[in-house]
Design a binder for this molecule. Structure first.
Ligand code: ADP
Ligand code: F6P
Length: 320
């Protein structure tokens, strides 16, 4: 393969730039030309792509966001939209496409491969860590550490004022960010979509905390577990505690990627290019322990995201 393209799609995640950089530089290493596509599948449909060199990715490994920008593109869900995108590539003799994104972006990459034979390779980039086939997605570690810093700050002020705070974190339908940030932040309670929220139970934990001398508390609420307003009302009614709330929101999506995310992005970017060099497509790369793995996209999407039940129980064991 002599010419490939790379794009970022769906929600951005810290480390996407490190992945783009790895793709561009690995391609250059193997004498493969690489095009950057602006705004994900949207730029592909509109033909908004440009050649990239090693220098175009200088000074980017430490930056959050994505230098190629990203978008959600409903038109790519249609056959006609994907046909236009395939023409953009064919017009430039581009044979392979690296897609950095989440499960939606991977579905698009799979359709693109099946419909037009475009060799696609997916790199998992999302803060949610909600792709079951890979231990980690790029951006998760940074997002958890961002949430953790916020929890540390909240603990200071909650402790001074003897208050309890409900801190809402992202993750869509996944409780992974909540679980890891909650455990690492010493949260009294962690609420995740993988478990039905039982407010009697929450109140009993917080009241027990008060009984054993705790004067402040942190409740980490995954956005997919239940609405924040409901949690505020139900906990206030049952405990009478001085209660506050904070929504972390998009703060978790930005920021300089951690070492773990930069290393993961670099390894996966290189492997993606190697697969295209071997003329493979319709696959994703990921991580299992320290190993880089690959598998067909459809197979990867069929793996249910696993929730670490043991870690969830351990967090409870240590919370009071
Ligand atoms: P993420 O990749 O982070 O999960 P989305 O679910 O928003 O983000 O998907 C990103 C983009 O991928 C969508 O805007 C669309 O262009 C494309 N996409 C999502 N699902 C499909 C699908 N079933 N078929 C084709 N393209 C899809
Ligand atoms: O998938 C990443 C994510 O940040 C989720 O955690 C969150 O639910 C969603 O994207 C927010 O999406 P949007 O950028 O469309 O508001």
């Amino acid at each position: 393969m002599k010419r490939i393209a790379v794009l970022t799609s769906g929600g951005d995640a810290p480390g996407m730039n490190a992945a783009i950089r790895a793709v561009v530089r690995a391609a250059s290493y193997y004498n493969i030309e690489v095009y950057g596509v602006e705004r994900g599948y949207m730029g592909l449909i509109e033909g908004d792509l440009h050649m990239m060199s090693r220098r175009n990715v200088s000074d980017t490994i430490q930056r959050g966001g994505t230098i190629l920008r990203t978008a959600r593109c409903p038109e790519f869900n249609t056959y006609e939209g994907r046909k236009k995108a395939a023409e953009s590539l064919a017009n430039r003799n581009i044979e392979g496409l690296v897609v950095i994104g989440g499960d939606g972006s991977f579905r698009g990459a799979n359709d693109f491969y099946n419909d037009f034979g475009v060799k696609t390779v997916g790199i998992p980039g999302t803060i949610d860590n909600d792709l079951g086939y890979t231990d980690r997605t790029i951006g998760f570690d940074t997002a958890v550490n961002t949430a953790l810093n916020a929890i540390n700050n909240l603990r200071d002020t909650m402790s001074s004022h003897e208050r309890v705070v409900i801190v809402q974190v992202m993750g869509r339908h996944s409780g992974q960010i909540a679980l890891h940030a909650g455990l690492a932040g010493g949260a009294e309670v962690i609420l995740v979509p993988e478990h039905t929220v039982d407010f009697d139970d929450v109140a009993s934990v917080l009241n027990r905390g008060t009984a054993v001398g705790k004067t402040s508390g942190i409740v980490v609420l995954a956005e997919g577990a239940c609405p924040l307003e409901e949690a505020m009302t139900e906990i206030k009614t049952r405990t009478g505690l001085s209660l506050r709330s904070t929504v972390l929101g998009y703060i978790q999506r930005g920021g300089s990627p951690t070492m773990a995310d930069r290393v993961l992005a670099s390894k996966l970017g290189i492997r993606a290019v190697q697969l295209l060099k071997e003329n493979k497509g319709g696959v994703v790369v990921g991580s299992k322990g320290d190993d880089v793995i690959e598998m067909p996209i459809a197979e990867a999407l069929a793996v249910k995201p696993a929730f670490d039940e043991a870690l969830y129980e351990q967090a409870k064991m240590l919370s009071l």
